[in-house]
Design a protein. Sequence first.
Length: 503
Amino acid sequence: MSVPIVLNGTNLGIYRLVRYSRGREFRFDLSEESKTRIADARQVVEKAAAGGEAVYGLTTGLGAKVTHRLSDEEQSTFSYQVLRGRGHSLGEPMPVEIIRGAMIARLNSLAIGVSGASPHIGEFIRECLNRHLAPVVGCRGSIGASDLCWGATMGLAFIGEGRMYDARHHIVPARDALRIAGLRPLDLGPKDGLVLANHSGFSATLSAFAVYEASVLMDAVQAATAMTLQAFRANPSPIDPFVAGLSGQDGVIEVAGRLRQLLGSESVDSDRARSVQDPLSIRNAVQVHGAALSAVKFARETVNAELNASSDSPVVDVKKQAIVSSGGFYAAHLTVAVETVSRSVLQLAVTQLARMEKLLSQRFSGLPQFLASPGANSNGFAPIMKLAESTLAEIKMLTAPVGHWPGVNADGMEDIQPHSPLAAQSLRKALARCRHLAAMEMMFASQALELSGQLAPSSSAIAELYSAVREVVPRLGDDRPMGGEIEVLAQKIERAEIPHVGK
């Protein structure tokens, strides 16, 4: 059964984009108002082309060749030249879901009606989406000052000169994929090549997936922490509504409330606490989590705005019947938003590692050293901490800020760059490692819940989480290899198949 999706330039967000990119049941269209806006803007472009006024990328060259005026003959072929001269990308192909996301993001931005694209450009992208075609684009090639080379690579496939994923996700020549799907290669008019190449749809999509995955990770870390708090018999005062409220931080207040929900009626019962004061990784979990939640919320707002914005240059002002230069393609805001999440994720990971060590320490937890089962010939989870520390080392590298330096492009015209795609790609890799840490803490906490006798009582949420872990990871008695179990549990976290994660 197909689900109709009508884009209008204002109704796309992170969760919708991820869902639309991954699903095969959606059929896309543009609203009638959007189609009218696109047509009106195109009339302005055609008038400017006929009038011979200097318009970037329409009657002039690009970048350092902005002073070159295109002849009438050059204008008719320049769109193809734009794609052929910039359709460069390197590395492994991006996943289909990312390419589809970029196509959806671009279609939605065309719906705003300021790009000046020929109306059939949006119709063609829509048809490719509906027939499950996606251009093949390498994972390297953008500096974030528009995704120019990525967009041009995508455009090459649309005109039948690149490669495509067909409806079965097989990579084939683009012309063959289009022919089998019943489509002809796209015909380009003046400015259409620039419309296809010069936008930030890939940066926005990569950022959207990164922020979505960070939200899922936040749920998983909260769940793992709740399991640890119960198994450790932590002092609950930091999550008390009165204490959390004193912070004045919405993130702290929200995560404290979530931990109380997960822990149930005993979450504020200080009589069951082991100690008046716990180690900071336990006592200050709400501060670390609260900061991360606030970072994710900031990033979500930023990316949602980008998904409903124009990143074209130049843009068409229909009211003034003018085509004007724009800097909307420069995605510095995405870099700042994504890297804010990256820094908070590093704090999450460091705190998680410290908390896991406390569970394994008999001196702190009162449980058997390394959570070894009594009577077993085992060193418990001690060797797993080596995996955890190596994972944290990778996270530290991946969450480092991207480098910034004066640019060397276009003979000095393009002299700065935000590297937003690199920031988003690095965060996604870091989040994959963070899911491994979350899986490890859930494993440790499940064993600790058994050894501490804290599994029973009031919280059905903790019991549900414990059962979900035990479906994948049996109790550790005698030593056994556990890397595969960690991987499977991390994959379940990624797919939000763990209770109270991604809901």
